[in-house]
Design a protein around this ligand. Structure first.
Ligand SMILES: [Fe+2]
Length: 298
């Protein structure tokens, strides 16, 4: 069966129509990867994948993550759920290790900005939906960058941003305890270029709520710049909002998109199963000197 896709918005998101058996067989894995990177987020309807099927699809598309970059209360590295399938739930009974981080999912973010090589992609399927709300939104940081004026693109390409766990989580839990804040602050912070020169040749903004400050910039200017870029990148024209139905599968390219969950009722049993694909390239800044030299020669 041929793979067909329909754009859900002009700049991000496509619905993919593909027979479940063909998806599990990996027949179209190369096409799906290409579409994933070009469209940022893909959705499939009516698949109803169980955990083993989710792992199979994940392995066909990349390197399924088994160990997590996060540590538990005892300092041990957390595993990525059951052999690579993590239950995403705010209920500590479902996921005692992760529930204390996942409230940050309500804010726009990239996954793994504390890692040297952030994850390539995420596969996400609902096990139980919330009664209200709970949509997932995606924003294309490729499209947001590509629409900026050339001079601004060049300026931004010289900057680096420090990402921290407290920047990611504090805005979502302003009534945190001093102990919680101390735990978040104990996580390593990571500096990344603000603009990612991908091996594919495309460039994207490396934006996330975890972006705490721009290096070597006055804090007020840094704050204003990061706020302005976040507002720019999350305009309607760069976003797709997915309303879930049972059996859906969403896959997003974590290297060129941000994502967030929309609010849902308190005490919800909302639960998703997630597979993460390990990153394949570090975040590398554009080499502006080489680009200018090449332009001059041309
Ligand atoms: Fe996330």
């Amino acid at each position: 069966m041929a793979l067909t896709s329909i754009a859900l918005t002009p700049r991000i998101g496509s619905e993919v129509r593909l027979d479940k058996a063909a998806l599990l067989a990996g027949d179209h894995a190369a096409d799906i990867r290409e579409l994933l990177v070009s469209r940022g987020a893909l959705v499939f309807r009516g698949l109803h994948l169980n955990d083993e099927e989710l792992r199979t699809v994940a392995r066909s598309l990349g390197d399924l993550r088994i160990g997590s970059a996060k540590r538990g209360a005892d300092g041990k590295v957390l595993t990525e759920g059951d052999r690579g399938v993590l239950k995403v739930s705010l209920d500590p009974k479902v996921n005692p290790d992760y529930a204390k981080f996942l409230f940050g999912n309500l804010l726009w973010h990239m996954d793994g900005t504390y890692e040297p090589v952030p994850p390539f992609a995420t596969l996400f399927t609902p096990a139980r939906l919330s009664r209200e709300g709970g949509d997932t939104m995606f924003a294309s940081t490729y499209a947001a960058f590509e629409d900026l004026p050339q001079a601004e693109q060049d300026d931004l390409a010289t900057l680096r941003v420090v990402h921290t766990m407290q920047a990611a989580l504090f805005p979502a839990k302003r009534d945190c305890t001093a102990e919680e804040f101390a735990v978040w602050s104990s996580y390593p912070q990571r500096s990344h270029p603000l603009v990612w020169q991908h091996k594919s040749g495309r460039r994207s903004l490396v934006l996330s709520t975890s972006g705490a400050w721009v290096e070597e910039m006055h804090p007020a200017e840094s704050h204003d710049l990061l706020q302005r870029l976040m507002l720019h990148a999350t305009q309607d024209r760069y976003t797709y909002r997915h309303k879930w139905t049972p059996g859906d599968l969403a896959i997003w390219d974590n290297t060129g998109t941000m994502h967030r969950a929309m609010p849902f009722e308190a005490g919800s049993t909302r639960e998703f199963h997630r597979c993460t694909l390990n990153g394949e390239e570090p975040i590398t800044a554009p080499d502006l000197a080489s680009a200018r030299a090449a332009a001059t020669v041309a």
